[in-house]
Design a protein around this ligand. Structure first.
Ligand SMILES: Cc1cc2nc3c(=O)[nH]c(=O)nc-3n(C[C@H](O)[C@H](O)[C@H](O)COP(=O)(O)OP(=O)(O)OC[C@H]3O[C@@H](n4cnc5c(N)ncnc54)[C@H](O)[C@@H]3O)c2cc1C
Length: 478
């Protein structure tokens, strides 16, 4: 069994520690933020200071895929989330029966997990605090990697870490779970390692979110989901304790929509969605407008051209792969990487350092590579579509999958099969595969009018949205 140091006690770092500790490894998690979680949902939300995670109080949806993996691998985390007030929630239950045709076998797969991010992380922390083999040290910022003496390994090898203040901790394996702003490149430079392979693409999304508490959850349900409209998308995410969030996802170069950071402008924009009027009228805001921008889709690997740039060190979670948050895939992608690392460790010890590094990279590519590429293709098309809407020109999409997604989105309101297939892909359960679609659905897709308006949910036009944000009557829009 190995001595393992995990750097970072975020969603993936903690899940990794739990999985490895349960396999008998001796795991120490080092977290730079000093504050301890206190085990109560409202104080986790109100007072837990986590400056190391910039998105800590932003809405997070835990997709069905994450809930399925967590239930299978770490069911005690799901129990703890529920103890804190989170819920397994099935989007089908929140939609009108006329749309869904009622609950069917297989719908249980669609259940996600609803809780605010501090509550999710509080639950993981509580389970980690009582897990045998796992120690979490908060207020322990890792400043550097400890290199093995030269000549022992072919490439720079990591033997442990140095904590701010000088304390050294030896390890058979160090796991970078430092999140989207990982400082591992600086640490690798300091031990003379080459830079990891990196693919990054700035898609240019920005988010304007507000969180609410629904005071009448019994009579006015919240329906979650990401719905595209002309020039922007609107995302609804469930939280715990009857909270929910609404986010406008727009292009960061869209100057006219920057006004959405103003609470009155944001509320005027929201009022353009009449289907949300009843919900808004029975809800109390629990935040102001939360703005977050600049999140490139990015993938990194410590194996370049088939050879490791470093051994004794692997990366998981956002440190290795991150994608545009509107699709809510970060935590699920992190969790599947943690499971993959655990599986490789069952086969190959970190003492076989080159083989271990290569096996981890290959295994993570096998599970995460296709997810990443699908997400990137979807992000590119959506951003191109938004830019075309801003310019008032037609969008010319690339890739058959995008056409299929849009076709299904147009059919979800009239075909219960299309609804399920679309949701299984959106909730990250399985990719779209037209070969398994019912023949009737394939026929409906072929019969769709290609000239029909691209946004089946209707909603405001861009001109209406700009007028609302600017606080001017629509007739003054050119
Ligand atoms: C705006 C926004 C919205 C999002 N919405 C969703 C969503 O709806 N659903 C979803 O699944 N995902 C979402 N994500 C992604 C999700 O937040 C990440 O995928 C997830 O937090 C990754 O977990 P992690 O453990 O890899 O990193 P993090 O959770 O970021 O944790 C990294 C940890 O490392 C610590 N750390 C950093 N440096 C050091 C150091 N030197 N020493 C010690 N500790 C260190 C940090 O303090 C932090 O605690 C969103 C992201 C953003 C930006």
């Amino acid at each position: 069994m190995a001595r393992i140091v995990v750097i970072g006690a975020g969603l993936t770092g903690l899940a990794t520690a739990l999985l490895l500790g349960r396999d008998g490894h001796d795991v120490t998690v080092l977290e730079r933020d000093g504050a301890e979680p206190d085990g109560h949902a409202e104080s986790l939300w109100r007072t837990w200071e986590r400056p190391g995670v910039s998105q800590f109080r932003l809405p997070h949806q835990m997709l069905a895929y994450w809930r399925q993996l967590m239930e299978r691998e770490l069911p005690e985390v799901i129990d703890e989330i529920e103890r804190l007030g989170g819920r397994r929630i099935n989007p089908i239950d929140t939609m009108p029966t006329a749309l869904t045709g009622g609950i069917r076998a297989g719908d249980e797969d669609l259940r996600g997990m609803s809780a605010r991010r501090p509550v999710l992380e509080g639950a993981l922390s509580a389970v980690a605090a009582r897990a045998p083999g796992v120690t979490v040290r908060r207020g322990a910022k890792v400043a550097a990697l400890v290199p093995a003496p030269p000549g022992v390994h072919g490439v720079p090898h990591v033997d442990g870490v140095v904590i701010d203040g000088g304390e050294k901790l030896s390890a058979d394996l160090v796991v970078d779970a430092m999140g989207r702003n990982t400082s591992v490149d600086r640490m690798l430079d300091a031990i003379g390692a080459r830079r990891p392979d990196e693919q990054a693409e700035e898609l240019g999304f920005i988010y304007y979110c507000r969180q609410f508490r629904n005071n009448e959850p019994g009579s006015v349900p919240v329906t979650g989901g990401l719905i595209p409209y002309e020039g922007m998308s609107l995302l609804t995410i469930y939280g715990d304790a009857d909270t929910y969030s609404l986010c406008f996802y727009v292009a960061s170069n869209d100057r006219e929509l920057r006004g959405l950071q103003d609470v009155d402008a944001w509320e005027r924009a929201l009022a353009l969605f009449p289907n949300l009027g009843k919900l808004r009228s029975v809800s109390t805001p629990i935040t102001g407008i939360q703005v977050m921008a600049g999140s490139p889709d990015r993938r990194r690997s410590f194996v370049v051209d088939g050879a490791p740039v470093v051994t004794g060190l692997v990366a998981v979670g956002d440190a290795a792969v991150r994608t545009n948050p509107s699709l809510g895939r970060g935590s699920a992608t992190g969790l599947v990487q943690a499971c993959t690392l655990r599986d490789v460790l069952r086969d190959v010890g970190p003492d076989r350092s080159d083989e271990f590094a290569t096996r981890v990279a290959e295994a993570i590519e096998a599970v995460v590579g296709p997810l990443y590429r699908r997400t990137l293709a979807q992000d590119r098309n959506r951003m191109a579509e938004i830019q075309a809407d801003i310019a008032g020109t037609p969008h010319r999409p690339t890739g058959a999958t995008w056409h299929l997604q849009r076709a299904l989105q147009r059919l979800v309101r009239m075909d219960a099969d299309a609804l399920r297939i679309y949701m299984r892909s959106a909730l990250h359960i399985e990719p779209l595969d037209p070969a398994v679609f019912p023949a009737t659905l394939r026929a409906k897709i072929e019969a769709l009018d290609v000239e029909a308006p691209p946004y089946p949910a209707g909603g405001p036009t861009r001109a209406q949205l700009l007028a609302a944000v600017a606080g001017r009557p629509l007739r003054t829009v050119a």
